[in-house]
Design a protein around this ligand. Sequence first.
Ligand SMILES: [Zn+2]
Length: 165
Amino acid sequence: MAVAGIPILENLYPATMDMWPIEAKEFNRIWPFYENLKQGRFTTTKCKNCGHVAYPPRVICPNCYSENLEYIDLPKKGKVIVFSEEVRGVPLGFESPLIHAVVDLGVDPVRRLLTRIVNCPAGVLKRGDEVQLSVFEIPAIPVEKGKAGTIMAERVFFAFEPVKK
Ligand SMILES: [Zn+2]
């Protein structure tokens, strides 16, 4: 299995260098977040007890400690408030430019979030630019599935990308 940007690790499974979450239900209590992402939905948890919305998604409400949570949809578009661009010396596994931005989703309660910006050349992004959710595949990971044996669990992750003008 190839790991993007790390030629020496091509066709190896570098478990200790895997920087992505294990998203399978058996290992991750916020697995619905990733299942929703696979369907193009950007979601987080809302407490059914007190109504508190948390981002990133939680398994326990940080306000009232209830475990009675539901997933709600968040906006998939926002505006760049501030950003950083790393062009040289980006960490292993990332491509240059590595861009991070604080994005304003425009509505409460999850108004601002820090995210990576992808599909954007260096020097192009500006403050105020409109960006949208971008869901992409990341390397699958072997997961023990009881009698089914080891299966390769498909995974996705998200970033935002500039909205084409
Ligand atoms: Zn609560």
